[in-house]
Design a binder for this molecule. Structure first.
Ligand SMILES: Nc1nc2c(c(=O)[nH]1)N[C@H]1C(S)=C(S)[C@@H](COP(=O)(O)OP(=O)(O)OC[C@H]3O[C@@H](n4cnc5c(=O)[nH]c(N)nc54)[C@H](O)[C@@H]3O)O[C@H]1N2
Ligand SMILES: Nc1nc2c(c(=O)[nH]1)N[C@H]1C(S)=C(S)[C@@H](COP(=O)(O)OP(=O)(O)OC[C@H]3O[C@@H](n4cnc5c(=O)[nH]c(N)nc54)[C@H](O)[C@@H]3O)O[C@H]1N2
Ligand code: SF4
Ligand SMILES: [Mo]
Length: 758
């Protein structure tokens, strides 16, 4: 008999509630959960294929262990024995930093990914951490760290109440939103316009989002920082700066005025290819709107001036008095966040506490650039020590990551990974990256995992909380991903064989032990053992969720507020609990040394001359490439779901008709694209959806490497855009790869390539 079960969708940041139809172990139907307190029944085509993705026959069911060079199915016991035997000797011989930890995007979509990697890193003591953040949002973390003293304090547009939204480098109609969790983003944008608000989209492509907007500004890629600096200049010059209630909590406004003085609209217009009059209008509209929010995403982040752009986004929010007020850019408060502490100075945010070995890249938020992972493996030991010891990375722990496709220069990384002493991948697929592992530990499909959004509730446009237990019981022979990661922590840190619940107990002891010492905490002075004994839940992860909820801002404080939240409340409300619209959080949220918003932090000021120098370049000289996402895609790992493939979801190069004529390229024919890191051959699609001088290619393709098990993806592999990059082009403050707006050259190919040139 079919039954239904609820599951929060893990396939993008919108976190829609799904109602699954389940027959035996299979998900046979998917609908939007109309009772979900946040998504109200919304579902997109990707969510609708949850069942197909969940039941993909290529998903691994058993661990794989390399024996005599080939990966073979093995028992879990054998697999973890191999992990312990592989990692410990590397730690003992070369030191902890010789173990690289690589964490990919799906970690923010699983409970396991939120709960265990911090323990793995602490237990290993390694500083060799590489994550998807440095091909994504690290510039925003750095900007927030410097401005607010907290790299995780990222304001989101108050989408449902704002009168004016200025969006740069984001295409939520296809991505469904990012660092702005909002189920039915398209509907919310339509509602904004229906209530008389305005939407401006800045994007070199006329995206589906741009088509919905009141105004589309087709900027030249990589120049948003100039545009935003000029808008700030106009606000100062026209006397439009009005911080409102924020004024007493902000320092450095005068310094920002000085810093942007020369970035007049006239000075930047040619570089941005946006008329000076338009830039003035954008600034004046922003200042005049009753409430407004500036929001930038991937196209404003993975660019040469990523951190400056992200900083300027919030500078404009501050200067117009829109930061932290309803209808502006606000800070969510998630149920598992730490309860707000009293306002006052904090520890601030430091950059560059250690450096990568090969190129000396400074760490940011404890991470090294993932673009430098290959060279951290293949560069010989050196005496020059930036704080990581002399040894290169010799072992890799990879969780939910496919950097061979998602990071620059996959060919070099491919070789580097195959040279490691040891590699373990926690991944459901044997793909371009996991094929190099000595051990592959496959998590169960999402229907068999519990879910709570530790990450995305902190970026949600409405405060709410939801939890779903596994929709389908764990199949025989499978292991929950939480248990896989707990055992991995034990195996990697010299405690192989201990009870995995010990890992959760350790986390609980540490957190409660600290909480009871904090003077403002509601559990101050209580006995941590007593508190631990009060926790409920069927397993370690549930008890940890219960603990975080009870200590959190809406929690019961372990009895202090009997009406407050705990795990029990979530189980009693399977469609979630609405915690209301976003509220002001300044000054309590600020953790800078001054206790204020520090509007012109020193590292930002030091990077501004580089921005000024960019004005000297000939803006029209180069043809540049930008990315794009398709509604039915998800980075590199969903090309194996037949229902999502085909149609317009293809790896084609968008070329403007004028450029096509100039370069002799024809629609449907192939072109060779070359750049610093290599060259690829791709079919051309001539379209005026890209502006002249810009071509666009999606990422996550290039499924043509041997030794993978991706039947559907392998049949239509596409080409890996990141092969065009050599890994040296980074935003210097954040170590984030420049994936948008880098120069390329195109030549027509007379016949389609037989195989990709690598
Ligand atoms: N050129 C270019 N490159 C880009 C981008 C771009 O815009 N342009 N975007 C960048 C961005 S924003 C990101 S976030 C990165 C993403 O890059 P990655 O972090 O590498 O993420 P994915 O490519 O999505 O690969 C995810 C891996 O996790 C596995 N996986 C899926 N579900 C689970 C699960 O439940 N548990 C575990 N353990 N594993 C799972 C998949 O099989 C796959 O191997 O790519 C970046 N690369
Ligand atoms: N369907 C689908 N949804 C996804 C994903 C997916 O792969 N597929 N990936 C998920 C992930 S990991 C993330 S991080 C989010 C990303 O979410 P978004 O940031 O909304 O995603 P993108 O579609 O990459 O939008 C970036 C836009 O920036 C534009 N752009 C490029 N360069 C510039 C520039 O210099 N200036 C300006 N102003 N614009 C520029 C591009 O043309 C593009 O339209 O999406 C998530 N959701
Ligand atoms: S919008 Fe995102 S979360 Fe919602 S159904 Fe689609 S993929 Fe899932
Ligand atoms: Mo991302």
């Amino acid at each position: 008999m079919p039954r239904t079960a609820l599951r929060i969708c893990p396939l993008c940041e919108a976190t829609c509630g799904l109602t699954l139809t389940v027959e035996g172990p299979r998900v046979t139907g998917v609908r939007g959960d109309k009772d979900d307190v946040f998504s109200h029944g919304f579902i997109c085509p990707k969510g609708a294929s949850f069942g197909a993705a969940d039941g993909d026959p290529d998903r691994l069911r058993r661990p794989l262990v390399r024996k005599n060079g080939t990966l073979e199915e093995a028992s879990w016991e054998e697999a973890f024995d191999a992990v312990a035997a592989g990692i410990r000797p590397v730690v003992e011989r070369y030191g902890p930093h010789a173990v690289g930890v690589v964490l990919g995007n799906p970690n923010v979509h699983t409970m396991a990914g939120a709960l265990y990697p911090p323990l793995l890193l602490a237990g290993l003591g390694t500083r060799s951490l590489f994550t998807a953040s440095t091909v994504d949002q690290m510039p925003k973390h750095v900007s927030s760290g410097l401005l607010f003293g907290d790299a995780l304090a990222i304001p989101v547009p108050d989408l449902d109440r704002t009168d004016h939204l200025l969006m740069l480098g984001a295409n939520p109609l296809d991505s469904n939103g990012s660092l702005c969790t909002a189920p039915d983003f398209p509907g919310r944008l339509k509602a904004l316009r229906a209530r008389g608000g305005t939407l401006t989209v800045v994007d070199p492509r006329r995206t589906r989002t741009a088509k919905l907007a009141d105004r589309h500004v087709a900027i030249r890629p990589g120049t948003d920082a100039l545009l935003l600096a000029a808008m700030a200049q106009v606000l100062f010059a026209d006397g439009l700066v009005a911080l409102g209630g924020l004024a007493e909590h902000v320092t450095g406004v005068g310094q920002v005025a000085d810093a942007v003085r020369d970035f007049t609209p006239e000075a930047v217009a040619a570089a941005c290819d946006v008329p000076a009059a338009t830039i003035r209008e954008l600034a004046r509209e922003l200042a005049a709107a009753p409430t407004a929010a500036v929001y930038g995403r991937v196209g404003a982040s993975t660019v040469a001036f990523g951190t400056l752009t992200c900083w300027l986004v919030d500078v404009l929010n501050v200067l117009t008095g829109n930061l932290d007020r309803p209808g502006g850019a606000m800070f969510p408060l998630a149920a598992t966040d730490r309860a707000p502490r009293p306002a006052g100075p904090g520890k601030g945010f430091a950059l560059g506490r250690w450096r990568s070995r090969a190129s000396g890249h400074p760490e940011a938020k404890g991470e090294l650039p993932i673009a430098a992972l290959a060279e951290e493996i293949d560069t010989p030991p050196r005496a020059d020590d930036g704080g990581l010891g002399a040894s290169p990375v010799r072992a890799v722990v990879a969780v939910a990551t496919n950097p061979v496709l998602s990071a620059p220069d996959g060919d070099r990384l491919d070789k580097a990974l195959s040279s490691l002493d040891f590699m373990v991948s926690v991944d459901p697929y044997l793909n371009e990256t996991s094929r190099h592992a000595h051990v592959v530990l496959p998590p169960p499909p999402p229907s068999q995992s519990a879910h709570h959004d530790f990450a995305f509730n902190a970026f949600a446009v409405r405060n709410q909380v939801r939890y779903t237990r596994p929709a389908v019981p764990l199949e025989e022979g499978r292991m929950a991903e939480t248990e896989i990661l707990a055992r991995l922590v034990l195996a990697a840190t010299g405690m192989h064989g201990a009870d995995p619940e010990a890992v959760d107990d350790l986390a609980i002891d540490r957190t409660l032990g600290k909480a009871v010492t904090e003077p403002h905490a509601r559990v101050h002075g209580r006995d941590p053992k007593e508190l631990a004994g009060l926790l409920t839940g069927e397993n370690g992860p549930e008890r940890r969720l219960d603990m975080m909820l009870r200590l959190g801002p809406y929690g019961d404080g372990f009895g202090a507020d009997p009406d407050g939240l705990g795990l029990r409340s979530l189980l009693d409300h399977p469609h979630g609990i609405d915690l209301g619209p976003l509220g002001p959080r300044i000054p309590q949220l600020l953790k800078t040394r001054s206790g204020r918003v520090e509007l012109l932090p020193e590292p930002i000021a030091a990077d501004l001359p580089r921005l000024a120098r960019s004005l000297d370049a000939d803006p029209a000289a180069a043809l540049v490439l930008v990315g794009r996402r398709h509604l039915r895609s998800n980075n590199s790992w969903m090309h194996n779901v037949p229902a999502l493939m085909g149609g317009s979801n293809r790896c084609t190069l968008h070329v403007h008709p004028e450029d096509a004529v100039r370069l002799g390229l024809e629609d449907g024919a192939h072109a060779r694209v070359s750049a610093a890191g290599g060259e690829i051959a791709v079919p051309v699609e001539v379209t005026d959806a890209v502006r002249p001088g810009v071509v666009s290619l999606p990422h996550g393709w290039g499924h043509d490497r041997p030794g993978t098990r991706l039947t559907v993806a392998g049949a239509d592999p596409g080409a890996n855009v990141n092969q065009l990059l050599d890994g040296t082009l980074l935003d210097p403050l954040s170590g984030t790869a420049v994936l948008n707006g880098f120069p390329v050259a195109l030549t027509p190919l007379t016949s389609p390539p037989l195989a990709q040139t690598r």
